[in-house]
Ligand binder design. Structure first.
Ligand code: DGJ
Length: 761
C-alpha cells in the first residue's frame, strides 16, 4: 500500500506529528524508495519481477530518482535470464534482500529448505508502509526510535507462501540506518530457515579495504586493515557469545580513507550471540555485505503461521573518514541504544575486590577495604567473585547465590547496608548464566544445563552454562536476582560470563529444534535482562565476559557500561581502548588501576600511567590490595579526586584518535559543549633523536582561546588544530621543566593535559 504521506516525486513532504520530518523516507510513483537525511542517502526501487534493486548508498542525492541511470543491465556471457526476462540476470544486480537459485550465485540474505524440499525462494515486492518512529523488535533489543521514520517493505514468495518484511529506520539527527527483517510462513508446510540475515548491502565495484577488530582474552579489539580480497571475507562467532575473537564490527573503506577523510561503510549487529558479517566480492568486483546471525550451525523451523524476527543491523556511511564514523556511532549508541537512566550520568569511582583479594574474601576484609576505599575518596565498593556459599576458588558453587555463612555471617544484604553506612555505594558480582558441577543448583536440576544426550559436557573454567532457552531457567534467575535487587541496597551489578558454549543442546526442546537453541538462549538472556533492568532501572549494570568476550550493542542496550578487557596493564590496554573506540563511546567502558607488576602480562608501570590509560573510560576505579592501597594512599587520593571532578565531563563528549603509530598514542576528549578538552599522550618505548611531536587537535572552536592548565599557556583554537599542541619531549636528566614540556626520558611515558576554554588571551 502506498502511504498517503509520501510524495510522488521523491522530494519533500509534510511534517509528521512526532517531530520526524516526512522526507526522511519518500517513495516516487515509479516505486523508487529514497531514505536519508543530511548525513546519507539510500535509494532502491522495485525492478522487474518485483525484485528490490539497490541503487545508491552514500551521500544524500539531490535527485535520487536518477540513481538508476548508473546501472547497466546488459546480458553477459554465461548469465542466466531471471524468470526468462531478456537481458535481466540477478548475477550482478545489486539487491536489497537476495535469495539463491535463480541466476544469482552469490551468498543469499535468505536461504533454507521449503516445504517442497528444495531451496529455491523468489521474493517479489507486494507493498510498503511508512510509520513514524520505530516499532520494537519482539524479544530482541533494538535502538530506540524517537525522531525517526521506518519504512516496511513486504515481499512475498507466492509459491512457498513465505512473506518477508524488511524494516529500514532513518533518524532525523543521526547518520545511522537500522535494518532488520521479519519472515512469516503463511503456507501450510513448515519451512526450515538456515540463513536469515538482518541486512544485505550490495555496493558497486571499487577498491575496498576492510577494517575489523579481532582478538582474544586480554587482547580484545585489535584492529586490522587489509584489502578486501576477491571471493569472501567474513568475521563471525560460533562460540555462543559475540566474542573477543571478532567484535561484530566491520568498516569498508577506500584505500585512501584516513581518520580525517574518505568514504566509510560501517556495520554492526545489535546482538550478543553467534553472528556473521561477511563481504563477498563478485566476479565483477561488486561487493555484497551480509550482516546477521551466523548461518553456521543454525536452523530455524518455521511452522505455518509462525514468524521469525532477525536482530537489528546498523549501518553508518560517511565521506569524512573514521573519526566521523566513530562520532556517529558514539552519539547514536549513547542516545538510542544504551539505557536512558545512565545517559550523561557521571559514573561512580569504585574499588573492585577482584585483583585486590581474588577469592580470599571475608566480611571483615571487605569492610576494611571499604574503609580504605572511602579514605582515598572512591564512591563505591564492588564485591567481585567469591562471596557465595563454598566459593573458595573457581571450581565450585556458581548457581548457589547465597552468601557464604562462614565468611559473611551477616549475609550480603547486611554487608551492603554496612558499606552504605560508610557513605559508599555497594556493587555485587554475579555470573547468573553459569553453574558449577559442584553446586546445589546442578544437583537439583542436572537437566538445566546446555548439553546433548549421551555426551559428557565439556567444562570451561570448571563450569557449565545454564540453558537459557528454557523459560523456567530464566524465571528462576529472575527470581534469584530480583530477590537481591529488590532489597534496594545494591547499586551496581557486575554481570560476568566466563565460558563459551559447547554441546549446545537443550532438554527443553524437541530434536528438530536443537539448532535453534543458541538463538533461543539469546532470547532467554534478553528476557532476563529486560525484566531485571525494567524492574530496577536505577541499578547500574556492568557487562563483563572474561573482559570483552561479549562486548556488543545487544548487551549495552541493557547495561550502561562494560569491562572491555581483563588486561588491566595500561600499555597493553592502549590498543584495546583505541580499537574499541571505533564503535563504542568510552562512556560505555570501565577501567581500574590494577596491581604492578601486572597480573596478566607481568609489566611494571607507574600508578599515573595506569590511571591515565583508563582516564577516558567513564567508570574509573582501583583494584589493589590493602598494602598497595596504604603505600599509595596519597597518590590514589589525588587521582580519585581527579576522576571524580572530571566524571561529569567524561560522559556525552567527543573522543578522537589523534595519533597511533606502534610506539605512540594520542587521544583527545572534548566534553559536551567543548569547554574542557583532555589530551592524553603515551609513548611506549623511549627513543633517541625523537622529533618534537605535536598533537593536531580537532573539533575545537577556531576563534576561541584555550588555556593549558598544566603550563598556563593560552592558545587559539585554530593554532591547536593547525599548528598543534606541543607534546612532551624526553630529555636525559630532565626533571620536568619548560612548563612540563621536558620530561625525563623513560619507557611507558604518559601525560594528560587539560585545556579549558577561556575568555581571551
Ligand atoms: C572474569 C572477569 O573478567 C574478572 O574481572 C573477574 O570478575 C573474574 N571473572 C571473577 O571470576
Amino acid at each position: 500500500m502506498l502511504d498517503p504521506r509520501t510524495s510522488s516525486n521523491g522530494a519533500g513532504g509534510p511534517a509528521t506529528d512526532h517531530g520526524a520530518p516526512a522526507d526522511l523516507i519518500t517513495v516516487s510513483s515509479d516505486q523508487v524508495f529514497t531514505l536519508g537525511n543530511e548525513h546519507f542517502g539510500y535509494v532502491f526501487r522495485v525492478a522487474k519481477a518485483g525484485v528490490l534493486e539497490h541503487l545508491h548508498y552514500g551521500p544524500p542525492l539531490l535527485d535520487p530518482a536518477s540513481a538508476n541511470q548508473h546501472h547497466l543491465h546488459a546480458g553477459r556471457p554465461l548469465s542466466v535470464e531471471h524468470r526468462g526476462i531478456p537481458d535481466y540476470s540477478l548475477r550482478d544486480l545489486p539487491q536489497e534482500y537476495p535469495t539463491f537459485g535463480s541466476s544469482d550465485f552469490r551468498s543469499p540474505a535468505l536461504h533454507g529448505i521449503n516445504g517442497d524440499g528444495n531451496s529455491i525462494f523468489q521474493l517479489e515486492y507486494v507493498s510498503h508502509e511508512i510509520v513514524d518512529g520505530k516499532p520494537d523488535l519482539p524479544g530482541l533489543p533494538s535502538a530506540r526510535g524517537d525522531g525517526s521514520q521506518t519504512l516496511r517493505v513486504t515481499l512475498r514468495d507466492a509459491l512457498q507462501k513465505l512473506e518477508v518484511t524488511l524494516s529500514y529506520t532513518v533518524y532525523r539527527d543521526h547518520g545511522v540506518l537500522c535494518r532488520s527483517g521479519t519472515i512469516k510462513n503463511f503456507g501450510e508446510k513448515a519451512v526450515l530457515l538456515t540463513d536469515v540475515f538482518s541486512s544485505a548491502l550490495d555496493l558497486p565495484a571499487a577498491d575496498y579495504e576492510v577494517l575489523h577488530l579481532h582478538g582474544s582474552w586480554a587482547a580484545e579489539f585489535s584492529e586490522q586493515r587489509v584489502p578486501l580480497p576477491q571471493g569472501k571475507f567474513s568475521i563471525e562467532s560460533s562460540w555462543g557469545t559475540s566474542g573477543a575473537f571478532h567484535n561484530p564490527f566491520v568498516a569498508l573503506l577506500s584505500p585512501h580513507t584516513t581518520e580525517a577523510s574518505g568514504p566509510v561503510y560501517a556495520t554492526t549487529l545489535l546482538y550478543s550471540g553467534n553472528f556473521r558479517i561477511g563481504a563477498e566480492t563478485s566476479e565483477f568486483g561488486s561487493v555484497r555485505l551480509l550482516c546477521g546471525i551466523n548461518p553456521f550451525n543454525f536452523q530455524w523451523r518455521l511452522e505455518p503461521g509462525e514468524t521469525f524476527q532477525t536482530p537489528e543491523a546498523l549501518h553508518v556511511y560517511t565521506s569524512q573518514g573514521l573519526r566521523e564514523m566513530s562520532r556517529s556511532w558514539h552519539h547514536f549508541v549513547r542516545d538510542r541504544v544504551s539505557p536512558l537512566a545512565f545517559r550523561h550520568q557521571p559514573r561512580p569511582t569504585y574499588l573492585n575486590t577482584w585483583e585486590a583479594t581474588y577469592f580470599d574474601l571475608t566480611q571483615d576484609r571487605v569492610l576494611a577495604l571499604a574503609d580504605k576505599a572511602r579514605d582515598v575518596g572512591v564512591d563505591m565498593l564492588v564485591l567481585d567473585d567469591g562471596w557465595f556459599r563454598g566459593r573458595q576458588d573457581d571450581r565450585s558453587s556458581l548457581g548457589d547465590w547465597e552468601a557464604d555463612a562462614d565468611r559473611f555471617p551477616d549475609g550480603i544484604i547486611s554487608l551492603a547496608r554496612q558499606v552504605r553506612d560508610k557513605g559508599l555505594k555497594f556493587g555485587l558480582w554475579f555470573e547468573p548464566e553459569a553453574v558449577s558441577r559442584r553446586s546445589q543448583l546442578y544437583e537439583q536440576h542436572p537437566d538445566w544445563i546446555l548439553h546433548v544426550p549421551g555426551r559428557e559436557p565439556s567444562l570451561g573454567r570448571n563450569q557449565l552454562l545454564l540453558d537459557l532457552s528454557r523459560p523456567e531457567v530464566v524465571d528462576h534467575l529472575i527470581e534469584v536476582l530480583d530477590g537481591y535487587l529488590a532489597s534496594g541496597v545494591i547499586d551496581y551489578v557486575k554481570w560476568d560470563m566466563n565460558r563459551c558454549m559447547t554441546e549446545v543442546g537443550s532438554a527443553g526442546w524437541p530434536n528438530h529444534r536443537q539448532l535453534e537453541v543458541p538463538h533461543r538462549y539469546q532470547l532467554g538472556l534478553y528476557r532476563l535482562l529486560a525484566t531485571l533492568t525494567r524492574r530496577h532501572p536505577n541499578v547500574l549494570f556492568e557487562n563483563c565476559a572474561s573482559g570483552g568476550n561479549r562486548f556488543d550493542l545487544g548487551m549495552l542496550h541493557y547495561m550502561a557500561q562494560g569491562w572491555i578487557s581483563d588486561l588491566s596493564e595500561p600499555i597493553g590496554r592502549l590498543d584495546i581502548i583505541h580499537g574499541a573506540s571505533y564503535l563504542y563511546p568510552l562512556d560505555t567502558t570501565a577501567a581500574y588501576i590494577g596491581p604492578s607488576p601486572n597480573h596478566q602480562n607481568g609489566r611494571d608501570s607507574s600508578i599515573g600511567t595506569r590511571f591515565r590509560a583508563g582516564f577516558f573510560c567513564a567508570a574509573r576505579g582501583i583494584s589493589l590490595a590493602e598494602d598497595d592501597l596504604a603505600r599509595n594512599a596519597a597518590t590514589l587520593k589525588t587521582l580519585m579526586a581527579e576522576a571524580k571532578s572530571t566524571a561529569a565531563a567524561m560522559v556525552g563528549g567527543d573522543f578522537y584518535r589523534i595519533i597511533k603509530d606502534p610506539n605512540e598514542y594520542c587521544w583527545q576528549y572534548s566534553s559536551a559543549g567543548g569547554d574542557q578538552v583532555f589530551v592524553a599522550f603515551f609513548r611506549v618505548l623511549s627513543r633517541v633523536s625523537e622529533p618534537f611531536r605535536r598533537a593536531h587537535l580537532v573539533g575545537l572552536d577556531a576563534q576561541a582561546w584555550y588555556e593549558h592548565l598544566e603550563t598556563g599557556q593560552r592558545y587559539r583554537g585554530e593554532s591547536l588544530m593547525h599548528s598543534g599542541l606541543p607534546l612532551p619531549f624526553g630529555k636525559m636528566g630532565s626533571t620536568g621543566d619548560d612548563h612540563g614540556r621536558l620530561v625525563p626520558k623513560r619507557d611507558f611515558l604518559s601525560v594528560l593535559y587539560t585545556l579549558r576554554r577561556v575568555d581571551g588571551p
